[in-house]
Ligand binder design. Structure first.
Ligand code: SAM
Length: 188
């Protein structure tokens, strides 16, 4: 299934949000997303950071700028999730239903888009989303909300991923840093 897990970040502001948006993209990548969609300001710097992580640590998560994002959400939910049929849209919001109750109800045979808000979330997002989902009904962080939701969505072992084409491979260690650097091997 093409692009079966997309994360869409709404309302990116180039001057203020690059760090948190980069963290969203890295959480998306690390927890299994293969597409990161950026709405709001265009920002090549964010995309360059993700490309650099992909290059060193592997994987192919692609990034795309999508204007304001609403049109893309609506199209994904009602027409085309990348394969000509509608997908499922989850909107993370503190006003939503508890995520642990919602996750088991979400169908798994269609591509999923997870929408994360920015400074101000347009009301239409609530309308177009199939599920408005809260990670607790308190305001906190989009990065935390995305990580906890994707952890629940992925199930057990979902945070342990092996990426193809990695140049740097980290080996879990109880005592320190253990990394294979394939670039060095190639040079030797
Ligand atoms: N003021 C914004 C609004 O109009 O709703 C929300 C700002 S909040 C810092 C940014 C984003 O973090 C939200 O849109 C949502 O995606 C996510 N977020 C924050 N708290 C959350 C929670 N308890 N559950 C789910 N998502 C949350």
């Amino acid at each position: 299934m093409p692009n079966d897990l997309s994360v869409l970040r709404l309302g990116h502001r180039k001057g203020r949000d690059p760090r948190i948006t980069t963290h969203l993209a890295l959480v998306a990548r690390a927890l299994g997303s293969n597409q990161f969609l950026l709405a709001g300001d265009e920002d090549e710097g964010v995309f360059a950071n993700v490309a650099s992580v992909n290059e060193r640590f592997g994987g192919h998560m692609e990034c795309e700028h999508v204007g304001k994002g609403i049109g893309r959400i609506k199209r994904f939910a009602t027409e085309d999730a990348g394969d000509g049929a509608p997908g499922v849209v989850v909107h993370l919001t503190m006003y939503g239903e508890p995520y642990r109750q919602v996750v088991p109800r979400i169908r798994r045979d269609r591509p999923l888009m997870v929408v994360v808000g920015g400074a101000k979330v347009p009301g239409d997002v609530f309308k177009h989303a199939h599920y408005n989902v809260a990670v607790g009904n308190q305001p906190h962080s989009e990065v935390a909300a995305l990580a906890l939701f994707l952890e629940a969505w992925s199930g057990e072992g979902g945070t342990e991923r092996h990426f193809p084409d990695a140049q740097l491979v980290i080996h879990p260690s109880a005592t320190g840093k253990s990394v294979t650097d394939k670039r060095r091997r190639e040079e030797e």
